[in-house]
Design a protein around this ligand. Sequence first.
Ligand code: FES
Length: 490
Amino acid sequence: MSQLLTLSRAAHLIGVPRAVLQKRIAAGELPAFDGMVASADLTRLYPDLRLEDAGAFERTAKIREEAFGKRIRERVLPNQEVLAQRLAAQGEELEDVRRHLAHYHDLLEALRERIDRMAHASPSEQLAELARFIDAGLAGVLGSEAPADTVAVMDDMLRVMAAHVTVRPSGREFFVEGSETVLEAALRAGLAPSYGCGNGNCGLCKARVVSGEVRQVNHADYPLSASERAQGHALLCSCTAVSDLVVEMLEARAPDDIPAQELVAKVRSATPLAADLMLLHLQTPRSGRLRFLAGQGATLSVTGSTADFRADYPIASCPCDDRNLLFHIRLAPGDEFAGRLFAGALRPGDPVSVFGPWGAFVLRQDSANDIVFLACDTGFAPVKSLIEHAVAADVPGMLRLVWAATEPAGHYLENQCRAWADALETFSYATLVAPDAAAAGAVAARRALDEGDHAGRDFYVVGPAPFVSAAAAALVAAGLPAAQLRTEVL
Ligand code: FES
């Protein structure tokens, strides 16, 4: 008996982006029924799927690393590998029982039809015929050697290890795994929920649980009123999901939905990416993450002995990346913050004030188009944030990056691009070198247009002003509608 699964659940189980399954549906390879797909069809399409390789087991490993830190749980629960193996064994048994039940159900239906057709036979003939029919039917059921439905077994495991959350009104879906709070899981999945402190004080993460059960796992001081509790409101930063949930929550859909914030982060590391380029890794406090949309930027400030040094930089990390903020900072004339950084004045643990977010170079919320990024030099930083977000949020389109550099060694994180291309069926990239930013813009746009016309593709162009102007002009000249073009000058 085959189970029907939502597309996001199926993609989660198989370990592929939803876009891959959508392409197979569009190609007629995978039947879909009201947005659902059958486990038997998935098994047919992915015959090599093994429980040991599946996403469910990867999640088990993650849970082992992250979820069972509390000593009490270590005493109560068996070793995580053992638990996973037992779950798999029970899942197979359950699937076996389901198949047998389905066979018995079919047998009873056939028996009913057979009885109707024997109305004119004598009672002794009827009894003999029924006995023969039942014997043959039982032999078929008991002799059935059909293999277990691997996808259905994995789905049973997933239901134990992770809770599925559907968000209203957006319809977005995500999974709460291990001991995560619902808020942490939503952020990891690329959603932009309303929240503030992250530790139960401000009430901004308050949401209504329409169905399902949550359980408080973190202390919260914010007082929910009796009527709010009665209506199902909960603080998402302090609760985890016990069962699958439907939750009404506020989500930021545009930069204007996110308030300006100010916080003090700590330097974790400063790593050279090139002679004049540094990767600055900041970590925000537990009680105050920076809320932003992928593609936005922030202002960084440090206090010197005589003055404050501040500068604006695009954020190179994804909002889904926990408390980490990454920046690609080039040593440029007049940038005193970068000067301090390259002079070694910022050491691990030093405070850095962060103001923001700013900027509107964010993904369109209303589009299911493929996405083409045209980036020049450190324009790769916001694109990296956008790509990581697109992957976390499992956006429907394919992702293409054309990264132009104005120096031969300018693709300072090409290994990152290679890793994405290796790991993601939905991502591809190309690099090019041009003598200056304007030439780079024209060549990058031409390269992207040569790969296909603009229909069904959104373009995101970022880099120095001459690059953006040249690329945008070429795209518009080729007929790209304004709604499908977003630009950012660095
Ligand atoms: S984010 Fe402040 S109470 Fe949850």
